[in-house]
Structures are given as structure tokens and as C-alpha cells.
Design a protein around this ligand. Structure first.
Ligand code: RUQ
Ligand code: CUA
Ligand code: CA
Length: 649
């Protein structure tokens, strides 16, 4: 195994020259794993991905055969897409099926349009150092998920993770604004998130109250300088965050790592796939075992343990940490966790919309494992001796299976990274096949995508209302699909019509790297407001007559209002050395009447939407006249909409 991966470049040439499907059927797991790694290294360079066959026809031609993604000018899309922005640390809002980008929600990184990271209000959400500067400037968002009620989206919140600085952010979907960010203690490499869908104990709580978080990287616990040279002492934690307060409720110490997360429809179980049960610190060690796992968490038992005081805390963190290690959880009847064996380095874990199964894809094994949740619960009740009994299918899908989506008609759609395709397969047929009925054909259809898909998601796929209309696929490489723009290529998002028996590729969209994951939500679920209520802002300047300058030592507060096409305070005076706070309330009530406020040479720009209030604080360092102008087009006299900051010596 080890030798093969070291010779990866030669190896990939050999592999690409043979029929991939045959290879799939005959390859030893070791061969599959080796191929995956070499593809990772060479996919871009080689430009010879063997996927350009069959359905790789131009999108226009393919569109004729499927539903059209074309939404005419003036017409509205039927779905909202919430896309993670990747390195840009934001969340993109798309209309689907058109793929039109409607909005970006700034989250972890500063944003020059809305003044995210500039205004005091956004800085308070993002987190600052003692001197008031932002604590972090970079982020890596992967996974966006929405809040639930009765097993479907309720349109209230969405959450997104930041892998770099271990933060989870919440966005309000009434105004599409991030309102809370929590940094999770004791972890690194925070990757998967998933909201729960109901409470495991209280029947009345049929909506989201927790968000579960998986961290990929193990580290010393606490990470304070001890055990640094001994990776066997590194630990991983699974985290539960309260969906309202956004405080960390508890963590569970586990063996191996976490990755992506899924939750059951009955609220009783959450799970994470584990690709590093080995506890390796280099990739060879992380892929040395034939089996890794999917770890299930018994939420009610964990929370009871916390209530009973059966927890520890680590370092400066006050968060209760329960013991979810294998050694401490041998008796199923009291166990907090159950570990289901899954082939080599699984990547995704996804809950089927009928509430019955979690599907874990192998990545380095060509298989997907179907785990029956009823059996996992029986194991916790001591009714099933071997947890492996929960595995009701383990079927081959292709080389490098990653993530799975659903159509609500019993079919699953899994991205096959190496083969560059999406496979549609029937879950019940897979179960029959695995039970021994070799006539059961579980693969229903397969479609090539361009190229190397990671995440995919279907419309309403992660809810009990999965409607099987559209499937979006996030392809990691666009290669030749777009005009070249220098060395950095966009990624390629493709839209597939899944309403019929056959999948039909209908559109391509270039996308700035790299979105990873997304959800597709029926448009009537989300009910946005276009105008704020002034009372929502405690510092609002409610009456233009209140505008003016007040001084307290060298701290100066400047209250300003806006109403097109003028600011109320057409000039204001401060002194060099003052700490100036400008509070601006927009008195316009008309939808879409947004103003901007930019101060020349002071590095300040932000917008105020109708009835919104924002503030900025800065030091007046330079004497002189500095124009403040409206930076957002609002009126025929937009250019004339200005004020002057006069900084006296
Ligand atoms: S993970 S594909 Cu966050 Cu699959 Cu990126
Ligand atoms: Cu106000 Cu432009
Ligand atoms: Ca592994």
C-alpha cells in the first residue's frame, strides 16, 4: 500500500489507461486508495480525466432534454440556494434553477459593501481583540445548514462553519444577516455541522434547538504546551451548540476524529464519519486501517450525563466534556456512543428523508454503507449484540464516493470523485442486493460531471420534503469549461434535472473557489423582510432633530440621519486626537432605499438599509476637511448626498 502511493505518478498513468469500471470491480482497496491520492496530485496537471464521455455533452444540448434552468428576465426562481463561500468566509445566496447569485452574506471576513468588519455592530459579532481590531481576518466556510421544524426547513436560521478558526456562525434568514458567531473551545479543524431536527426527549420540541459540530484535527487537551510531541495523546471532541443562545452546551471526547455530521429525524441520534480512527498525523497512517467508522451519539444520554455532573472541563473552557471514548462506553445500555465500522476513510454522512438510514461513503473504498437507525437504537437498548447488525447494505458505487443526496422517491445520489460522475442508486434495492439477492439492480443511472465532484445536494434533500426536482453538484475542477483566466480556475457548479428516470445535465456555472456545500430550499419557506424596524437598534437616532455632536473628554459622538438625498448634519466638527463614534440611522422607509456612508481617507465605508442604524468608531488623526459621501446609489441627487467632517487642530 505504502509503496504504491509513493509511486503515485506512474501509478495514475496505468490506472487511467485501463477501463475504470473494470478497475473498480477488480481493484483491491489498497489500489483504490492509491489511485485516489495520485488523482489528488495530478488531476489538474494531467488534464486527462477519463470522464469526458457520454453525458459530457454541451449544456445547451443537454438542456433540451431536461427541464430548462432558464428563468426569464423578471421571473423569479423557485428555490433559494444557500452556498458556502469557502475562502471568502461568506455565504452566497443563489436563485435556482437559474443559478443567479442574488446576494452574499458576509460572515467571518470583512466585506467592503456592507461595512462588515468596519461597523461596531459587525465587529461585535465577528469578535475583536482588546484594542478593538478584528480577532481574525481569514476563514474557510464549508457547510451551510438551515433550521428545522417538523422535519423540514422553517426558514428561520442558517449556520455555517469556519474550519480555520473553529467558529460557527448563525444567519437570520428574515434579513440574511449573520447575527452570532461562536468560537468553539478545545478543538481544531472544525468541519461538519448539522442542526438537530427535534428534541430527543421532549416531544413538544419539534424544531431545532442544537447544532452539532465535528472537528477533524486532534490536538493536546488542553492545548497548552503539554504532550505536543506525543500524538497518541491528541484528542478530538464532538460539540453541541445551543441554536438560540449560540453557547456551547457540551462536548464529547472521542477516539479517532470527527468530520461531517448528520442528525436523525427523531432527534435521538447524531453521527459523524471518522476517517482517522488510526489517530495518524500523516496521511499514510490515516489510511492504514481497512475499516474506519461512523460514530453515533446518544444525545439524551449525553445530556443526562452532563446533568448528573459526569463531565470534566479542560483549560480555560467551562464547557462540560463527557467521556465518549470506547473504553468508557463498553456497555451498550449505558453507552453514550456507538461506533459502526465503515470501510476506509469515509467522507460524507447523510440522513435519508424517510428517516430510516444514514449513508456513509467510503472515499478510499468504492462503497457506500447504509446504516439502519432503528438497529442503532436497539443496540443502545441492549437488544442487538453486535452494532455491525445496523449495517443493512455496503455496496459498490464507483471510485471515491463522497456525499449523498436524496430525491424523496427512495433514490440516493452520490458524488464519485475519481470517476467524475454522480451515481443514482436505489436504497431498498441496495439492501436487497446486500442481503443476497444478486438480481437486485441498485444502480439506476450514472452521469458524468465536469469534473471531480465534491458535495452535491438536491432540492429539499435534507428534509422529509425532498422533492426530487433539481440536483446541484459542486465540481472541484472546471478545467476547460470556461475562458481561461490565468492560473486560477474557477470551480464548476452543475445543475442536473432529476425529475425523471434519467439524470439530465442542464447547466454549468463558474464559481469562485470554493463553496463545498449548499442547501436548496423552496422559496416560499423563506420570508425575508425588506425594511427594518427602527426599534430593533438600541442606538437608533430616531428623530433627525437629535442629530449633532456631543463631547465627553476626547470621546465624541456624532449622530446623523439619512433621508434621500441628504444627510442630516451636512457638516460636523471634531478635533485631532478625538475618538469619534458616528451613529447613522437611515430614515428612509422605502424598500431598496439604501444609503452608504464613506469617509475620504479614513478607511470607512458602510451601508444603512431602510430604517437601519449602524455605527463606526475611529480616531481623528489628520486635520482638515474630509468629505463624507453616500456610497450607495439612492437618488438622482446621490452624488450630491454628502456631509463634511471638519477636523480641527
Ligand atoms: S467537505 S467537498 Cu467540507 Cu466534502 Cu468539502
Ligand atoms: Cu444616498 Cu446615495
Ligand atoms: Ca483511516
Amino acid at each position: 500500500m505504502t509503496d504504491k502511493t509513493e509511486n503515485s505518478i506512474d501509478h495514475v498513468d496505468t490506472v487511467q489507461s485501463i477501463d475504470r469500471r473494470k478497475f473498480l470491480n477488480t481493484a483491491a482497496t489498497a489500489g483504490v486508495a492509491g489511485t485516489f491520492l495520485s488523482m489528488g496530485l495530478t488531476a489538474c496537471k494531467q488534464g486527462t480525466t477519463p470522464a469526458v464521455t457520454g453525458n459530457a455533452a454541451p449544456a445547451a444540448a443537454a438542456a433540451e432534454a431536461g427541464h430548462s434552468p432558464h428563468v426569464a428576465p423578471g421571473e423569479l426562481d423557485s428555490y433559494y440556494g444557500l452556498w458556502s463561500g469557502g475562502h471568502t468566509g461568506d455565504v452566497r445566496v443563489l436563485g435556482l434553477p437559474s443559478g443567479r447569485e442574488i446576494h452574499r452574506i458576509p460572515v467571518f471576513n470583512p466585506d467592503a459593501l456592507v461595512g462588515w468588519g468596519v461597523t461596531n455592530e459587525s465587529k461585535a459579532v465577528m469578535g475583536t481583540k482588546a484594542d478593538g481590531s478584528l480577532k481574525y481576518h481569514v476563514a474557510d466556510t464549508h457547510h451551510v445548514h438551515g433550521s428545522y421544524k417538523d422535519g423540514t426547513y422553517d426558514g428561520k436560521y442558517a449556520w455555517v462553519n469556519d474550519k480555520i478558526n473553529c467558529r460557527i456562525a448563525r444567519m437570520r434568514l428574515d434579513v440574511f444577516v449573520c447575527d452570532k458567531i461562536t468560537e468553539i473551545p478545545n478543538i481544531q479543524g472544525f468541519h461538519g455541522i448539522f442542526p438537530d431536527k427535534r428534541d430527543p426527549v421532549d416531544e413538544k420540541i419539534n424544531y431545532t434547538t442544537r447544532v452539532f459540530c465535528g472537528s477533524e484535527f486532534s490536538a493536546p487537551l488542553p492545548n497548552d504546551g503539554h504532550d505536543m510531541e506525543d500524538p497518541t495523546k491528541y484528542r478530538s471532541l464532538f460539540t453541541c451548540v445551543d441554536s438560540e443562545s449560540m453557547e456551547v452546551r457540551w462536548q464529547a471526547l472521542i477516539d479517532g476524529n470527527c468530520d461531517l455530521v448528520a442528525t436523525s429525524y427523531d432527534g435521538k441520534l447524531a453521527a459523524t464519519n471518522q476517517y482517522n480512527t488510526e489517530g495518524g498525523v500523516i496521511y499514510k497512517d490515516m489510511m492504514s486501517a481497512e475499516k474506519d467508522a461512523c460514530v453515533f451519539f446518544n444525545i439524551a444520554r449525553i445530556e443526562q450525563a452532563v446533568k448528573d455532573g459526569k463531565f470534566k472541563t479542560y483549560g480555560d473552557s467551562k464547557v462540560p466534556v463527557v467521556d465518549g471514548t470506547l473504553a468508557a462506553n463498553k456497555d451498550p445500555k449505558t453507552a453514550l456512543i456507538a461506533r459502526v465500522p465503515v470501510p476506509k476513510n469515509p467522507h460524507g454522512v447523510n440522513a435519508s428523508p424517510d428517516g430510516k438510514y444514514f449513508i456513509c461513503a467510503g472515499k478510499l473504498s468504492p462503497t457506500a454503507t447504509v446504516i439502519e437507525l432503528a438497529q442503532v437504537l436497539k443496540w443502545f437498548d441492549g437488544e442487538v449484540a453486535d452494532i455491525a447488525a445496523a449495517i443493512v447494505a455496503e455496496v459498490e458505487l464507483g471510485l471515491g464516493p463522497l456525499h449523498t443526496a436524496f430525491d424523496g422517491r427512495g433514490n440516493a445520489y452520490t458524488t464519485i470523485f475519481l470517476d467524475s460522475n454522480v451515481v443514482k442508486w436505489n436504497i431498498e434495492s441496495a439492501i436487497k442486493y446486500y442481503k443476497g439477492d444478486k438480481t437486485a439492480k441498485y444502480v439506476v443511472d450514472r452521469i458524468d460531471v465536469q469534473y471531480q465532484p465534491g458535495h452535491l445536494n438536491a432540492s429539499m434533500s435534507e428534509t422529509k420534503d425532498a422533492d426530487g426536482k433539481w440536483l446541484a453538484v459542486g465540481c472541484k475542477f472546471s478545467k476547460d469549461r470556461y475562458l481561461p483566466v490565468g492560473p486560477l480556475h474557477p470551480e464548476n457548479e452543475q445543475l442536473i434535472d432529476i425529475s425523471g428516470d434519467k439524470m439530465k445535465l442542464v447547466a454549468d456555472h463558474p464559481v469562485r473557489p470554493e463553496p463545498h456545500d449548499f442547501i436548496i430550499v423552496k422559496r416560499d419557506i423563506i420570508k425575508p423582510r425588506q425594511v427594518y424596524n427602527m426599534d430593533e437598534f438600541p442606538n437608533a437616532v430616531k428623530d433627525p432633530a437629535e442629530s449633532g455632536v456631543t463631547r465627553n473628554g476626547n470621546k465624541v459622538t456624532v449622530k446623523i440621519t439619512s433621508m434621500a438625498p441628504a444627510f442630516q448634519l451636512t457638516d460636523f466638527k471634531v478635533k485631532v486626537g478625538d475618538e469619534v463614534t458616528i451613529i447613522l440611522t437611515n430614515h428612509d422607509k422605502v424598500e431598496d432605499l439604501t444609503h452608504g456612508f464613506a469617509i475620504e481617507k479614513y478607511n470607512i465605508n458602510f451601508i444603512v438599509n431602510p430604517q437601519e442604524t449602524k455605527s463606526v468608531t475611529f480616531k481623528a488623526e489628520k486635520a482638515g476637511v474630509y468629505w463624507c459621501y453616500c456610497s450607495h446609489f439612492c437618488h438622482a441627487l446621490h452624488l450630491e448626498m454628502r456631509s463634511r467632517m471638519i477636523v480641527e487642530k
